[in-house]
Write a protein that binds this ligand. Structure first.
Ligand code: SF4
Length: 189
C-alpha cells in the first residue's frame, strides 16, 4: 500500500485539523446533507484525490454518504460516472487538477451551493460565527475579519492557518492542497 494514502476513516479528524475552511465546510455539509451540488462534488472530490485518497476509497466515501438519501442504483446511475470522471477513469481519461484558491475565489456560488472560499463568499457575520465555533480567539478572529473586509482573502486564510497551528505556513496560502500539506508537515512532525 501507498504509505501516503489517506484513509477515508480519518477525514472527519483531518477536516478539523488539516483542511482549509473551504474544504472543511464542504466536508461538513456533505456529512450533514449526504449530498453536494455539482461544483461542490467536483472541488471537494479533486481535493480529496490530491491529498491521497485512493480510487476505491474515494468511490466508497461518496457512496456511503449519498446512499444515506438514495439507493445504490440511483447513485450508480446518476453520480458514479461523475466521480469516475474526476479520477480520469472514464470520458477523456484525464486526471484533473484540483482547484487553486484563485479559481475558487473567482467562482460563482449559487443558492444551495457549499463550494467557494469562505473568506470571499460568506457574509462576515456568518464567518465570525464559524470562526468562533471552530475555537478562534477574539483577537485572531478580528484580525481575520479585518483582512476579509479589505479584500485580502488568501492573507486571511494564511492568518487563519497561523492561528490554528501556532505558526504561519512556510508560504502564504494559494492552494487548498498546499494548506493541507503544510498543516500535515507541522502537526505530524
Ligand atoms: Fe480555501 Fe484558498 Fe479560500 Fe483558504 S483562501 S479557504 S484555501 S479557497
Amino acid at each position: 500500500p501507498n504509505k501516503d494514502a489517506v484513509d477515508i476513516g480519518d477525514l472527519n479528524d483531518y477536516s478539523k485539523k488539516h483542511f482549509p475552511l473551504c474544504m472543511r465546510h464542504l466536508h461538513e455539509v456533505l456529512r450533514a446533507n449526504h449530498h453536494l451540488r455539482h461544483s461542490g462534488r467536483l472541488i471537494y472530490g479533486l481535493f480529496l484525490k490530491s491529498i491521497g485518497v485512493l480510487y476505491e476509497q474515494f468511490i466508497e466515501f461518496w457512496r456511503q454518504e449519498f446512499t444515506k438519501i438514495m439507493d445504490n442504483n440511483k447513485f450508480d446511475k446518476d453520480y458514479l460516472y461523475n466521480f469516475n470522471h474526476q479520477f480520469g477513469k472514464v470520458g477523456k481519461m484525464v486526471s484533473y487538477a484540483p482547484y487553486s484558491c484563485i479559481k475558487i475565489i473567482m467562482g460563482n456560488v449559487g443558492p444551495g451551493e457549499a463550494h467557494g472560499c469562505p473568506f470571499k463568499h460568506w457574509d462576515v457575520s456568518y464567518l465570525k460565527t464559524k470562526l468562533n465555533e471552530y475555537g478562534g480567539t477574539q483577537e485572531s478572529i478580528q484580525e481575520v475579519i479585518n483582512l476579509v473586509t479589505n479584500g485580502h482573502y488568501q492573507i486571511a486564510c494564511t492568518k487563519y492557518f497561523e492561528c490554528a497551528h501556532g505558526q504561519p505556513p512556510v508560504n502564504s496560502i494559494n492552494h487548498p492542497n498546499q494548506y493541507f500539506e503544510e498543516s500535515m508537515t507541522l502537526i505530524k512532525g
